[in-house]
Design a binder for this molecule. Structure first.
Ligand code: PLP
Length: 387
């Protein structure tokens, strides 16, 4: 199979597996134990914390390990909700967030918080003037994603952060689809909080981190034995933490090669198939996503055909319980339902090869031709949720 769904999850890198193995075996000890073996495990955690910190320009003590990206987002939003309270604070976010921000915001709204959601332009980027207006006249906290999980469009995060901070807001960014793909540095962009997830860049699923800028107020969600400096209790998931650190180290490389592969794929699709549209900003995007619409073709049908042909991709539009719905992201960008439903998200990683991209392009050409030839093609898509 050719795997081109790397924004759903990535394969664990062999070097990551190798780094993790000793911690499933001889180095199984509890990092809080006082003897040498425990201390050596603790040292491995510290090293991994340093690797994550280095990847985003943070200090070691500003990194808290969590169970996943969803937990990081919930931890920070629930902490802010408790600190600010619902009476006089506003939550400003965007219309294109992942459900791991959308759902906590809805939960806050249900208990009386004022939640303002900023729109995006046709390229999928936050409308900054609207964002400024939404922040005006109240205080509170803001949450804007760094890069969108469907389109890969990178948001004007520095500008949004500056606007929010000038207006007196605390600022969080869900950077889960950006870290490891584009430069994310908390020294350059002064976010207060930032969420990261390991499985998006070749670490296993089930490990994440939250960056907490030194000195910010934070209320732990999970209390217990005081691990992670009291900010996230629970005995540490040592092998995964070590693997996460190793993956961060691998991600320090240049992303030009994968961008070239993605551009090659897009160029082939555009030149070999008529009625192809590349969605989202060309200029501001991660190097790993091609988000493409094919006239007179349903993404859901294409996905099934491509799977049969040995190529794994996502539809470009989120699907819910058997009924393909145009995604909230593409709606926010003003795309028609038909256009949104005809799209695919083809996503690459540092492990993708030119041969795979060429074979995938051949398969897409065949699948689109076949589907367009089938009368009444389309129909109901599979059950699928974007990640
Ligand atoms: N936020 C974004 C933008 C994502 O793409 C994902 C991935 O699915 C998440 C949050 C959730 O991360 P995790 O799968 O680690 O819980």
């Amino acid at each position: 199979m050719i795997y081109l769904d790397n924004h759903a999850t990535t394969p664990v890198h062999p070097e990551v597996v190798e780094a993790m193995l000793p911690f499933f075996g001889t180095q199984f000890h509890n990092p809080s134990s006082g003897y040498r073996a425990g201390k050596s495990v603790k040292k491995a955690i510290t090293e991994a914390r340093g690797q994550i910190a280095e990847l985003i320009g943070a200090k070691e003590e500003e990194i808290v390990f969590t169970g996943c990206g969803t937990e990081s987002n919930n931890m920070v939003l629930k902490s802010l909700a408790r600190i600010y309270g619902r009476k006089q604070s506003r939550v400003v976010t965007s219309e294109i967030e992942h459900s791991a921000v959308l759902r906590p915001c809805e939960a806050m709204e249900a208990v009386g918080f004022e939640v303002a959601r900023c729109g995006v332009d046709a390229g999928g980027r936050l409308r900054l003037e609207e964002f400024r207006d939404l922040c005006a006249g109240a205080k509170g906290f803001a949450s804007v994603m760094w890069a969108n999980n469907e389109t890969g469009v990178v948001q004007p995060i520095r500008e949004a952060c500056e606007i929010a901070k000038e207006a007196g807001y605390a600022f969080h960014s869900d950077a889960i689809q950006a870290v490891g793909k584009v430069a994310v540095n908390v020294r350059d962009v002064p976010v207060d909080f930032l969420s990261i997830s390991g499985h998006k860049f070749h670490a296993p699923k089930g490990i994440g981190a939250l960056y907490l800028r030194e000195g910010v107020r934070f209320e732990p969600l999970i209390r217990g034995g005081g691990q992670e400096n009291g900010r996230r209790s629970g005995t540490e998931n040592v092998p995964y933490i070590v693997g996460f650190g190793k993956a961060a180290e691998l991600m320090k490389r240049d992303h030009a090669a994968v961008a070239e592969l993605r551009d090659h794929l897009e160029a082939r699709l555009v030149s070999e198939i008529e009625g192809v549209t590349l969605n989202g900003s060309r200029e501001h995007r991660v190097p790993t996503i091609a988000h493409v619409s094919f006239d007179r073709c349903e993404g859901a049908g294409l996905l099934i055909l491509l799977d049969e042909m040995g190529v794994q991709v996502s539809t470009g539009s989120a699907c819910m319980t058997g009924k393909q719905q145009p995604s909230h992201v593409q709606k926010a960008m003003g795309l028609s339902d038909a256009h949104a439903k005809s799209s695919l998200r083809i996503s690459l990683s540092m492990l993708t090869t030119k041969e795979e991209v060429d074979q995938a392009a051949d398969a897409v050409v065949k699948a689109v031709t076949k589907l367009r030839g089938v009368q009444g093609s389309g129909g109901v898509g599979p059950v699928m949720v974007y990640s």
